[in-house]
Every structure is written in structure tokens, then in C-alpha cells.
Design a protein around this ligand. Structure first.
Ligand code: LLP
Length: 428
């Protein structure tokens, strides 16, 4: 995070606060979120895209009411993909018109809630859903704005599990197979209850290379041109999704928002000119790129186990329940000694969690000082996205809190779960 510094005696500080004090006050593990950094990233995206485009923060990366308030204040919109995310968005005060609703299998209740709260758009994902939504909107006397999720056939260079726009997958309508054109016809059959405002595409996550977006934009604009030719209407919006990568380790080299905005505007402008179309309003949906770098997880070391000639295992007080990404995606993280400085020789270590599973790895290979001992604090950077939001209670471990820091003040956004919380749902 941007405000991370070191104190005179070598401890990590963030938002002007020493991690030792934060650990004493809030315990470990804890996600420490730098509010100033979050807001700065929001502003960077807003400024880069300017008033002619919209930035929808993807709530799945991390959402709580304070985040919703920051987004609202910083002029961002919000992408939600479940009833729970929608409820959080509304409860945090995001105007419904600035919310977009996603999902390949939204329930009737989720659709009804979205329609009656007045969300700005619903991204439709299947033929059944188009009919379902048309019915629900008609029932409530609403003309619901919709975008069509197109599968643009791009295989983004990322982990197979999180690439979403190649053909064989559950999301969207295929362009090449003609389903997208058919979905347009299906939506246009319900002019009283559905208003088709645009086409949406999302090609994957943790992407560094802009070429996937080139192809995606070309195909989305191609669909707009086909729609004009067939129906005589030029749709006013396109959304190119999220997916911009962040630096998890020093080797990662992410693009800045202004580079991304410039590249996308150029691609869309060029394609529209070639197709003789007015340039539609562009929107994007970054999640990870906004919140990912703004938080780190603070852990306490419990044991250091040296297996002679094999490796050193450093066990911390969390693990796969607060960060499943290493186990699930083979994701790379880095780790630093946070509570003090050390001049000891570095040793190669594996940082593992406390769960009853050998795949419970936090950082696969890390250099840490060889005088590392129980009680030391470790910080794992870039855990703001898809860590708290994908956290679990595996082994009945309570989920850590999210603590925001800013200008020397800390404030709990999401409190630590207790064993009582875990037992509250157990009514047997
Ligand atoms: N828009 C749509 C329609 C999406 O499906 C996603 C992510 C985003 C936006 C935001 O993508 P981002 O900018 O955050 O990459 N759990 C995985 C990531 C799954 C992303 C799913 N969709 C992970 O931990 O890497």
C-alpha cells in the first residue's frame, strides 16, 4: 500500500500506524486496509476514464459498507453479482442507478430485488434469464435497462480457472455461434419491460497484456454494427469488464489506469470508426486493480520448523481460510518481516497456515531472516482482493477483521468473527 513506511527501529507502519500497535489492538491475523490508497486508486481510475466513461468497482473483490461509501464519494459505480452484494451496496448508500447486476444464475428473488430497487442495469446471461427478467420487470411495471453478456472468444493469458471469455464456459452468449445476436432479438421482443442499452464482455482476471482487450473490443463493436444493420438501432453503451492485473511480487509489472484508459479509448474509437458507428459510452469493472494493493495481511509467527536438508516451515496464525488463492490458483505472494528489523542472513522458507491440510500454504517460497522466531509479525502484501471475500471458516476458524488505517487512525470496518459467531448458525 502507498502509505507503508518503516519506523525508526525498523517496524512496518501503515497510515502512520506501527503494525505492533495494530497487532496489540486488533489481534492477528488481520487485514489492514489503507483508506487513502483505496481512495487514490479510485480517483486514478475516475480521472483516467474521465466524464465520458464509467468505472464500476467489482464488489466481488472486497465489499463492505465503508467501501461502498468511499466508492460513492469518489464517483465510482458498483458491480454486484449476488443478492448479498446488492444488499451491501444499498445498505452502504450507493444510489441504485449506479449499480450493475451480474451473474449467470441470478435467482428470481435477486432479479426482483434488483428491479424494484432500480439498479442501473442488469447484465443478462442466458435465454431463460431474459424471459424471467422480462416477466419480473413487467410484474413490477418497470422498464429495466439491460446489457447482454457476450462471450468474445478471447482466452486471456491467466490461470485457466479465472479466464472467462473463451467459448467453453458458463458465462454469456457466444458471438461466433450466433447466440449473442439471438439474445438481442429476445430482449428486443420485450420493449415494454426491457431496454437494451449495450453489450458487455469480461475476458478474465489478473491480465497484464492489453491484446485480449483489443480482440474483445473489436468483437463487441462488431456486434453493435450487426445490431444496427439488423435492427436499425445503435446501442449507446459497451462494457469491457475488469481483469487488470496487479503486482503480487516484484516481477509483476501492471499497467496504470491512464495507460489502460488510453489504450481502450483508442481501440474502441478505431473500431467504431471502421464500422461507421458513433462511439458508445464505455465502462469498465476493475476489482482487484483497485482494492488488491491497498491491503496486507498481518500474521504472527507461531512456530519455525527446520527440516534438515529439506526446507524451513514458518507457521502463521491464519492460512487458507483467510487466503485461499495460493492453494486454489497457485498464486504467488511475497512476505516481509513486519514487527522489527533484522540483520540476520536470509533463509529460504515456506510460510504455511494453521489448517489441517498440507496444501495450506500462504507463501510458497520466501526469503526471511534466519533469526525469525515465534511472536514475530509477518506482512503479506496485496491481499485486498479476493482474500477476505473468499475467506472461509475451515476448521471452524473465525475470519479476521478488516481494519482501515488513515492519518494515524485505525477503524474496524468488518470485525473479527468470534467462536460465538460461528455457533450462532448452529441451531441443532
Ligand atoms: N467484471 C466481471 C463480470 C467479472 O466476472 C469480474 C471478475 C470482474 C469484473 C472483476 O475482475 P478483476 O478486475 O477483479 O480481475 N477469485 C479470483 C478472481 C475471480 C474473478 C471473477 N470475475 C481470484 O482470486 O483471482
Amino acid at each position: 500500500s502507498r502509505t507503508a513506511t518503516r519506523t525508526a527501529d525498523g517496524a512496518l507502519a501503515v497510515g502512520g500506524l506501527d503494525v505492533r500497535t495494530l497487532a496489540d489492538e486488533y489481534g492477528t491475523p488481520a487485514y489492514l486496509l489503507d483508506e487513502e490508497d483505496f481512495r487514490a486508486r479510485c480517483r486514478a481510475w475516475r480521472t483516467a476514464f474521465g466524464p465520458g466513461a464509467d468505472v464500476f468497482y467489482a464488489g466481488k473483490a472486497f465489499l463492505c459498507r465503508a467501501v461502498v461509501r468511499w466508492l460513492t464519494e469518489e464517483g465510482l459505480n458498483l458491480d454486484v453479482c449476488s443478492g448479498g452484494e446488492l444488499a451491501t451496496a444499498l445498505s452502504g448508500g450507493m444510489p441504485a442507478a449506479r449499480i450493475a447486476m451480474h451473474g449467470n444464475n441470478k435467482s428470481r428473488a435477486e432479479l426482483a430485488k434488483a428491479v424494484t430497487s432500480g439498479v442501473g442495469r442488469i447484465v443478462v446471461d442466458s435465454f431463460q434469464e431474459i424471459e424471467r427478467l422480462a416477466g419480473i420487470a413487467a410484474e413490477h411495471g418497470v422498464r429495466q435497462k439491460v446489457q447482454i453478456r457476450a462471450t468474445v472468444g478471447v482466452e486471456a493469458h491467466t490461470h485457466e480457472f479465472i479466464a472467462t471469455a473463451h467459448e467453453d464456459q458458463k458465462f454469456g452468449f457466444s458471438l461466433t455461434g450466433g447466440d449473442a445476436a439471438e439474445a438481442v432479438r429476445a430482449v428486443l421482443k420485450h420493449p415494454e419491460s426491457l431496454e437494451l442499452i449495450g453489450v458487455h464482455s469480461h475476458i478474465g482476471s489478473q491480465i497484464f497484456d492489453m491484446s485480449g482487450f483489443e480482440v474483445s473490443a473489436r468483437r463487441v463493436v462488431g456486434l453493435l454494427a450487426d445490431i444496427r444493420d439488423e435492427h436499425g438501432v445503435e446501442l449507446p453503451e459497451i462494457d469491457l469488464g475488469g481483469g487488470l492485473g496487479i503486482a503480487y511480487t516484484p516481477e509483476d509489472d501492471p499497467r496504470e489506469p491512464h495507460e489502460i484508459a488510453k489504450a481502450l479509448a483508442e481501440i474502441v474509437g478505431r473500431e467504431c470508426e471502421a464500422a461507421n458507428l458513433a462511439v458508445p459510452r464505455l465502462s469498465v469493472e476493475p476489482g482487484r486493480a483497485i482494492v488488491g494493493p491497498t491491503a496486507f495481511t498481518l500474521y504472527e509467527v507461531g512456530t519455525v520448523k527446520q527440516l534438515d536438508g529439506i526446507r524451513t516451515y514458518v507457521s502463521v496464525d491464519g492460512g487458507m481460510s483467510d487466503n485461499i488463492r495460493t492453494a486454489l490458483y497457485d498464486a504467488d505472494y511475497s512476505v516481509v518481516l513486519a514487527g522489527r528489523a533484522s540483520a540476520a542472513e536470509p533463509m529460504l522458507a515456506r510460510v504455511v497456515g494453521k489448517h489441517c491440510e498440507s496444501g495450506d500454504i500462504v507463501v510458497r517460497d520466501a526469503f526471511l531472516p534466519s533469526d525469525l522466531a515465534p511472536g514475530d509479525l509477518l506482512a503479506v502484501p496485496a491481499t485486498g482482493a479476493y482474500c477476505r471475500s473468499m475467506a472461509s471458516n475451515y476448521n471452524q476458524v473465525p475470519r479476521p477483521p478488516v481494519v482501515a488505517v488513515k492519518d494515524g487512525q485505525a477503524r474496524v470496518l468488518v470485525r473479527r468473527e468470534t467462536e460465538e459467531d460461528l455457533l450462532r448458525l448452529d441451531v441443532g
